[in-house]
Ligand binder design. Sequence first.
Ligand code: NAD
Length: 378
Amino acid sequence: MPALAPPATQHPAKVEPLRVCVTGAAGQIAYSLIINIANGTVFGPEQPVILQLLDIAPALEAMKGVEMELYDCALPLLAGIVLTTDPLEAFRDVDYAILLGAMPRRAGMLRKDLLKANVGIFQVQGAAIDAVAKKTVKVVVVGNPANTNALVCSHYAPSIPKANFSALTRLDENRAKSMVAVRAGVAVDQVKNVIIWGNHSNTQYPDVAHAHITRDGARVAVEEAIKDEAYLHGEFIKAVALRGAAIIAARKLSSAMSAAKAVVDHVRDWHFGTRSGEFVSMAVVTDAHAAAAYGIPEDLCFSLPLSIKEDGHYEVVAGLPVSDFARGKLDATVAELEEEKAEAFAHIEYLAAVKKAEEEAKTAHANGDAAPVAEVSA
Ligand SMILES: NC(=O)c1ccc[n+]([C@@H]2O[C@H](COP(=O)([O-])OP(=O)(O)OC[C@H]3O[C@@H](n4cnc5c(N)ncnc54)[C@H](O)[C@@H]3O)[C@@H](O)[C@H]2O)c1
């Protein structure tokens, strides 16, 4: 008699599970993303995962609903679920940390206000990652303002290499590629090497000067295929940068399905690498190499074209010619990121001063002294 085949869910090769933390796990992007992590779309069909899900206490019940649904999906690759409201538990031993959790931008809220509301979250989470995550952890920040939040996170996790922190600009890249595909009349996977430079904001520069399409088996530069410089330097850039606002206007909610798909693309390419000759855009913490390649100051989280090796190490694609038009765009997005960085760290200092003043007042109160007047200005 032939031996019985092992049950379908038994993996022949024992693969160690990857631990993946998702913050904001009760939110809308998480709802589209988590299933793709747990079903093999991100890390492949042989790779088990343990999901470590973090949200704040008021969202705990909703997160429990997500957990129930994960069980109900009966996913063979899902090796465990941790649900928590404690960053130190959520980031423990993780290989990947996907930071979606943030306060959303409300009507009438300025970008500056959003930055102030969220910078503290990424300071705390950076410190927790530093304390308990694997030293090889790869971090993807999605919560806005994503670039500056990622920079803050990296500063508070000094034991993790700066190269392991990134912010998501893949959604902008995917939007740009789709618009090019429609305009050139090709399938979207025939569009390669569109670059998003700079900030995930209105100052980003979606750049097709180095991109190409494949049509009828032949490679054609996008500028040649579209032959409309006024569009590519005007309406196209605006449409990509304002796409998020257009989706909010239509859905009354920010993009979630497409944001989750972009996170899948970002993490999968970081895990498996990019194909030879192709590059992708990720916002990464700039070093001397980026500075030398494109005149971007060091220590900003800036979206750049990257080629990624199979082991996850990436290199900034250097040597692409930068036109005067492109230089102007790059300088504008650098200026915005420098301003955000200054505001973020000034606000962190302010928060620290407020905390110190409050602690001093408490101590004075406990000692029966008159409470000192806190001299902290915003
Ligand atoms: N970079 C991009 O391309 C891009 C695209 C779309 C959305 N976003 C941003 O992604 C973020 C998430 O979007 P969403 O639609 O899922 O929002 P959402 O409001 O549906 O969910 C956010 C979740 O984060 C949680 N949260 C808040 N503070 C937290 C904290 N300190 N720790 C853990 N969790 C916390 C909330 O409770 C909520 O469950 C937003 O900041 C949004 O602006 C970025």
